[in-house]
Design a protein around this ligand. Sequence first.
Ligand code: G
Ligand code: G
Ligand code: MN
Ligand code: NA
Length: 251
Amino acid sequence: LQMENQLRKALVEGQLEVFYQPRLTLLDDRLEAAEALVRWRHPQQGLVAPAQFIPLAEETGLIIPLGEFVLREACRQAREWQRSGLADIRISVNLSVKQLRQGNFVSLVRQVLEETGLPASMLELELTESQLLDDIDNAINISRQLRALGIKLAIDDFGTGYSSLSYLKRFPVDYVKIDRTFICELEHSAEDAAIVRAIIAMAHNLELQVVAEGVETQAQMDFLKDQRCDEIQGYLVSRPVPAVQLAELLG
Ligand code: G
Ligand code: G
Ligand code: MN
Ligand code: NA
């Protein structure tokens, strides 16, 4: 309960910050998008990673105001970068399925885009595979509405859920993000290499683009380039960094 109250306070007092991790296109070497990743600048504990408070936020429902804060802040920031003449970079925001279950999520997104002036095509929303499967009909319905606005959608942590591949065909998305657990052993594991190859081929057959997450080495990047993976994200390109540092990477 103490942590719940602290998190509530953090939201009100502006202790949450958004970091950004860029994605690199393999075909033409551009920073094309950046994922917004929340951090808690705790007054005593310093910078706290989301693994330590997102689960609590999910349990308590605080994920709703927290998610709204990240969405608004990321859109505001992306619009500011666009205005200042930095390269247009799409911003990708993680969603909890709880946010999708709010009745008014689509109108919230529309309102945030209007407020910030960010074009819908510069926003991408990520849903994890396992959360999608929880409530697929509602997720498909909301996803259709979001895409109709011009927003891009991604399936995050792909490969970790019990993905029946048939749902990918039904699910209206633009990107599949291969979970980093399949990438970290890529050079040493024939199985992981086979899985990654298969995901890329399947996604391309369904006309989806593929992002590999957690890319840390040149050898992993070379493999992914050979397999025609579209984009990479990971420490090889950049760690998640504060907005000012991302602007330096873009400029
Ligand atoms: O930033 P880090 O590298 O530690 O991210 C850890 C996890 O926290 C990721 O799996 C990510 O999906 C989740 N996460 C980070 N920011 C947000 C957010 O704003 N909303 C939600 N729902 N999850 C987030
Ligand atoms: O939303 P998602 O679960 O994909 O969150 C991304 C998480 O992965 C964040 O916690 C981020 O800090 C972490 N991450 C990003 N790049 C790398 C990487 O190259 N290696 C490792 N080990 N973790 C990474
Ligand atoms: Mn993500
Ligand atoms: Na992921």
